[in-house]
Design a binder for this molecule. Structure first.
Ligand SMILES: Nc1ncnc2c1ncn2[C@@H]1O[C@H](COP(=O)(O)OP(=O)(O)OP(=O)(O)O)[C@@H](O)[C@H]1O
Ligand SMILES: [Mg+2]
Length: 253
């Protein structure tokens, strides 16, 4: 990975109780399937979304935690978010871009330059206007977010958002990342924001190197707000670990 990338603690990383690789057992077919998607991506440059579903406590979060670590080692930029209740599209996009601007050291050009970083944090953290003109601002979402925070924002325009994501992903690729992976745990919570489901689906359809991995209760397979998203995804439905595999867990501890 390029020397421009520095890793610092992500303020939004949820404090996970999930297992490390040593105590994770089973699910080998699920993991092989996920590795296969990355192999395919390395060949053809495209990666689909993934949905992991199953009943409560079946092991969804533990499994996507393994996926997340693996795709990170395959040089994707990774954002992890566990939902608890409703989240707006403004909030989610803000968190994703924050993580990029926090973790990736500024570069000379592109939307990751120190000037663009300054614009980003001035508008979205300090909530102050920035002396730049609207045209100087590479990431249009910064202005939308600022207006929204002042109560003046309307709906996010999809094409503007797509242009922003394309710039961010393109800039990340220039510093050595291969793509961007967004992990959303408790994915069923998005049922209360169908517009966000639709924005994520459109973005991932329009960008080959950008994927969402969602983990949630089986309602994501039946709730019709998820229908189109599901059609763009590889679905992994988890069943309980067998007695043999589960007992491995005890013998290896
Ligand atoms: N593959 C595994 N190997 C060993 N232990 C596991 C595995 N999967 C799950 N567990 C254990 O089961 C517990 C529940 O798993 P996890 O939190 O991943 O389930 P979940 O499906 O995400 O649950 P919820 O529906 O509550 O979000 C974990 O804390 C972990 O101890
Ligand atoms: Mg879970």
């Amino acid at each position: 990975m390029g020397k421009d990338i520095r890793t610092i603690t992500n303020p939004y990383e949820y404090n996970s109780h999930k297992l490390d690789k040593n105590s994770f057992v089973g699910r080998s077919q699920n993991i092989r399937d996920f590795y296969g998607l990355i192999d395919d991506f390395n060949e053809n440059g495209k990666i689909p979304n993934v949905i992991v579903t199953g009943e409560k406590s079946i092991g969804k979060s533990s499994l996507i935690h393994q996926f997340s670590k693996y795709i990170q080692s395959a040089r994707f930029f990774v954002f992890n978010r566990e939902l608890s209740g409703n989240i707006s599209e403004y909030q989610l996009v803000k968190e994703i871009f924050d993580k990029v601007y926090t973790e990736v050291a500024p570069v000379d050009k592109t939307c990751l330059s120190s000037y663009q970083q300054e614009i980003w944090f001035t508008l979205t953290e300090a909530f102050e206007n920035h002396k730049s003109s609207f045209m100087d601002r590479e990431i249009r979402f910064a202005t939308s977010y600022w207006k929204h925070a002042e109560g003046k924002g309307g709906d996010l325009d999809y094409n503007t958002l797509l242009a922003d994501f394309r710039k961010i992903v393109g800039a990340l690729k220039e510093v050595g990342y291969k793509g961007v992976a967004i992990f959303i745990d408790e994915f069923q919570e998005l049922a209360s924001n169908p517009r966000l489901i639709s924005l994520l689906r459109q973005l991932t359809e329009d960008m080959d190197d950008f994927l969402v991995v969602g983990a949630g209760l089986p309602v994501v397979l039946s709730n019709n707000h998820f229908d189109k998203f599901r059609r763009t995804s590889k679905v992994q439905s988890l069943v309980g670990l067998s007695r043999e595999v589960a007992s491995e867990n005890w013998t290896t501890r």
